[in-house]
Design a protein around this ligand. Structure first.
Ligand code: GCB
Length: 578
């Protein structure tokens, strides 16, 4: 939910910064203001802003003074973080405001009672980024993690203060169908009010629908209408519309919010994914939010480059591996017609490096852990539920789901997704292949394969035939479920060449991707291929990585490797609509 009407005060810029490895800050009352000569920029992770902070994965404090005008005196005010973490605590003018766990979802605190209007206000943020096995995703040390990406810390997405009327919209859920059916549910924090609903084209030139609900008295209002003359949303024509909801009390406008929506149907049936009743093929990538210096912040211009590169190469889809991406990231997916598989930060690829089998079973059976997972899923869906681009949820990445307790955990969270959002299908990215006990818990089977890299290294064709045997066995077991390959690829260091193709060379990566795609695009139960990865990204230090994970077909600064050309050639042979 967004608003043009509410005022925003951006907190982007330079903040005072102080490391607190010994956790002294709270005892020494740093929340009232602290001494430091260090400066940091927000938004961006702290690590690459100063080489001395690069390997720092503990507690750090941020401070910024902001002037709030007198005229906002009787307004509701929130401080909103689009993403910070891992564990964030906030104080304003020395008063504690609240805390939040998790780096990749939006969170907010009401700060109305703590602000001084017509004066400066001191905002203090404490971020604790210590690795922990109970974190989502789990980690033991900076370089010993259950996930294969760098454990960046800090305020890595925008932060701002938003000011609204006391009477305001709390939440807005919109469901659409390709035939123009529109259903909305608004939660309004107000006693008696009128609602005005408007639907406009994306450019805001034409009013398509205007309606009113008079004298609403309950907090929840539901509305349904069939709209004529709307064009459906799909990757070839990503037609967007703007739905605006205005709240009036005694004919006076008190709040106005909007969403960018698309009219489309997604169904999973008969071994296929259908978009607007037509079977589709997802061709694209696993991605990351990762860029030099910025860390986990994706600057708008970088996103634009990424999307045009993906378009140029013929991709139509990506997965938000391995955490929900920023609003800006998914706004572009809505706008440019990308089919998104949205994934929460439940990533367990290397969990056996930090926990043994018994410990894993215990963690995944722990009710508190399940509740924590549900809470982040809830936040993610609330934030992105109205996006046409999000067609399916990947409930987790590479869980050790050959362990029964883990399979049971997946069953429970997959069910929870359906409770929160019955309009979208579920999948999860499995690396346990034929030994996975949870494949039946979701609508689409997603498989990650590295035969030819982590196994059968140096022998691509042997790897590909083993992979194919396993996929065919899975297809036999689940003949009605569509299968997607959500990861395959090989590391290549830009400029490293080898004839014959040897591991780490651009040629080896090119041959591996070509073999996988050519083999898999011919099977009619395969509904999608996502190459791992769109671009090189930073990972933990280990003997397996040369600073970066180099499986990108683009470098970290978005220049093509040899395989980029091949992917373009291959993806041009696969149609979006089958
Ligand atoms: C995987 C993980 C991904 C890794 C990738 C790799 O299976 O899902 O996070 O980066 O393999 O390159 O090892």
């Amino acid at each position: 939910m967004r608003s043009w009407y509410r005022q925003r005060i951006s907190l982007e810029g330079f903040w005072k910064f102080r490391l607190d490895e010994r956790d002294l800050g709270e005892k020494e009352n740093w929340y009232g203001g602290f001494e430091s000569d260090d400066v940091i920029y927000v938004p961006a992770s702290w690590n690459e802003q100063n080489p001395d902070w690069d390997q720092f994965s503990s507690i750090a404090w941020y401070e910024k003074k902001v002037f709030i005008n007198e005229e906002h005196n009787n307004k509701e005010a929130w401080i909103i973080f689009d993403g910070a973490g891992y564990f964030t605590k906030v104080w304003i003018n020395g008063s504690y405001i609240g805390s939040h766990e998790g780096s990749f979802t939006k969170f907010k605190f009401s700060i109305k009672d703590k602000l001084t209007f017509g004066d400066f206000n001191n905002i203090i943020v404490r971020i604790d980024n210590k690795p922990d096995v109970h974190n989502l995703p789990p980690a033991k040390e900076l370089n010993v993690t259950a996930f294969d990406f760098f454990n960046y810390g800090g305020i890595h997405r925008p932060v701002y203060i938003e000011l609204a009327d006391e009477c305001h919209v709390e939440d807005l859920t919109i469901h659409t169908k390709a035939n123009g059916k529109l259903r909305l549910k608004a939660e309004v924090n107000c006693n008696e009010y009128d609602l005005k609903i408007r639907l406009m084209d994306k450019e805001m030139n034409n009013l398509i629908l205007e309606d009113e609900i008079k004298g609403a008295k309950s907090r929840i209002v539901e509305y349904e209408r069939s709209v004529n003359n709307v064009k459906p949303w799909d990757p070839e024509s990503p037609n967007l519309y703007i739905l605006i909801l205005d709240v009036y009390v005694n004919h006076k406008l008190r709040d106005s919010v909007y969403e960018r929506i698309g009219f489309r149907d997604v169904e999973i049936r008969n071994g296929r994914i259908y978009l607007n009743n037509r079977p589709i093929f997802l061709k694209g990538f696993g991605r990351h939010e990762d860029f030099p210096v910025l860390g986990k912040y994706m600057y708008g211009a970088v996103l634009i480059r990424d999307f045009y590169l993906m378009k140029k190469i013929g991709a139509n889809s990506f997965r938000t591996s391995h955490y929900p991406y920023s609003d800006e990231h998914l706004d572009l997916a809505d706008e440019l017609g990308f089919l998104v598989i949205l994934e929460p930060p439940l990533c367990y690829s290397n969990i056996n490096r930090i926990l043994n089998k018994e410990e894993i079973a215990k963690l995944f059976s722990d009710e508190r852990y399940l509740e924590k997972a549900k809470s982040v899923i809830n936040e993610m869906i609330k934030q992105h539920k109205n996006r046409p681009s999000v067609i399916m949820y990947s409930v987790t990445n590479e869980p050790p789901s050959d362990i029964p307790e883990v399979a049971e955990f997946i069953r429970k969270i997959a069910e929870y997704f359906k409770v929160l959002d019955p309009t979208r299908g579920t999948t999860f990215a499995s690396h346990r292949s034929i030994n996975d006990l949870a494949l039946g818990c979701v609508d689409v089977i997603s498989l990650n394969y590295y035969h030819g890299w982590y196994t059968e290294w140096g022998e691509i064709s042997k790897g590909v035939s083993i992979m194919l045997r396993e996929i065919e066995e899975i297809h036999k077991r689940f003949p009605d479920k569509p299968i997607m390959i959500t990861e395959f690829g090989a590391d290549a260091i830009l400029g490293l060449h080898s004839d014959p193709p040897q591991m780490w060379s651009e040629e080896y990566q090119e041959e591996m991707i070509r073999s996988y795609v050519e083999t898999l695009m011919r099977r009619d139960y395969i509904v999608g291929l996502h190459i791992w990865n769109f671009a090189d990204f930073r990972s933990t230090q280990s003997p397996m990585r040369s600073i970066l994970n180099r499986k990108g077909i683009f470098t970290r600064d978005r220049q093509p490797k040899l395989s980029a050309k091949t992917v373009k050639e291959l993806y041009s042979k696969i149609k979006t609509f089958l």
